[in-house]
Design a protein around this ligand. Structure first.
Ligand SMILES: Nc1nc2c(ncn2[C@@H]2O[C@H](COP(=O)(O)OP(=O)(O)OP(=O)(O)O)[C@@H](O)[C@H]2O)c(=O)[nH]1
Ligand SMILES: [Mg+2]
Ligand SMILES: [Zn+2]
Length: 299
């Protein structure tokens, strides 16, 4: 019998598939999907698959076409890493402090989302900690000014949780961000029955300890699908040529038409509208610096 479902978790070669007609099965992958990795790379959470059920055995026979894929550059830059398929949104979770919010990391993640044509919402968590609101407000204003949706939140006090829920119900989303930012903590607050593992921060470095080790698609009590993912440190763009990088920075993209040269890279060219806007403060210097850093790495 053939059933269709969605991959919710992948652990050690076992694909947990939630079937459309109810129930979940642990499936293996048909040999040909393993032997000649299908062009999308690995089979990942969110993938829609056809599963053959024979007695107690379940086998993934086919991966259905993806609507989206979250791809980033893997370690050493030679391969693409795919984290999840068929997402409709990314929720970027950063903490205001402990660990400190890194604008460089944030701009990289936002650019990766744009490169994958995924809308994103920024959550700045841990607002209950001393100094967190004061540190977060300028960040919130900067990103709202660009057009991003920003939610100040606290898994501790509950601030922003209803807004986070209203974001999650819009479509399948994944929480991504550095280890220790509080992704699993926020999801536990949205649905305490999830019982996700929460980790301490390293006393030495103040960073997370990679408590969540596999990406999982979770169904909240109201039926919403949300992925919890392991925090990662390396964020690189995949598949964005240098001349297209400005499309990953919305406020830079809208200025590009006013540059003297078509295809202006906004670095060395004269009469560049982006240069002028950085000088006048209309475009944040931090954003421009991170644009330049990504440009150096682009193909
Ligand atoms: N004060 C405060 N602490 C928080 C908040 N959210 C999470 N924490 C703490 O931050 C630490 C890390 O939380 P996790 O939820 O495990 O973080 P994560 O983003 O899931 O981390 P990884 O799974 O490693 O990627 C834990 O000690 C949490 O108790 C918050 O809003 N306020
Ligand atoms: Mg976690
Ligand atoms: Zn320019």
């Amino acid at each position: 019998m053939i059933s269709v479902g969605r991959v919710h978790e992948v652990v050690g070669g076992v694909y947990r598939v939630q079937l459309d007609d109810g129930g979940s099965v642990d499936s293996s992958l048909r040999g040909r999907l393993k032997a000649r990795p299908w062009k999308g790379g690995r089979v990942v959470i969110g993938d829609r698959v056809r599963v053959a059920l024979e007695g107690d055995d379940a086998t993934v026979e086919e991966v259905l076409p993806r609507t989206t894929a979250f791809l980033r550059r893997g370690a050493h830059g030679r391969t693409a890493k795919v984290m999840a398929a068929n997402l409709e949104r990314v929720v970027v979770v950063m903490s205001a402090r402990d660990p400190d919010l890194s604008l460089g990391y944030l701009d990289r993640i936002l650019a990766v989302c744009a490169a994958n044509a995924l809308p994103c919402t920024l959550v700045i968590n841990k607002q209950d900690l001393p100094g967190a609101p004061a540190a977060s407000e300028p960040v919130r204003d900067l990103y709202r000014g660009i057009g991003y949706e920003v939610v100040l939140a606290s898994a501790e006090s509950g601030l922003g949780l209803e807004r986070l829920r209203s974001v999650a119900v819009r479509g399948i989303c994944a929480l991504i961000g550095p280890s220790g930012a509080g992704k699993s903590s926020l999801l536990n607050r949205l649905d305490p029955s999830l019982g996700l593992r929460i980790g301490d921060l390293s006393r030495k470095t103040g960073t997370g300890r990679h408590t969540t080790v596999t990406s999982r698609l979770l169904r909240l009590s109201d039926g919403t699908l949300v992925a919890d993912t392991p925090g990662f440190g390396d964020v690189g763009l995949w598949g964005v040529p240098a001349r297209r990088l400005d499309r990953c920075f919305p406020e830079i993209e809208t200025l590009a038409d006013e540059c003297r040269f078509r295809g202006c890279s906004h670095v060395h060219e004269p009469d560049c509208a982006v240069h002028e806007s950085v000088r006048s403060g209309e475009v944040a210097r931090s954003r421009y610096t991170h644009y330049q850093a990504l440009l150096e790495e682009a193909d």
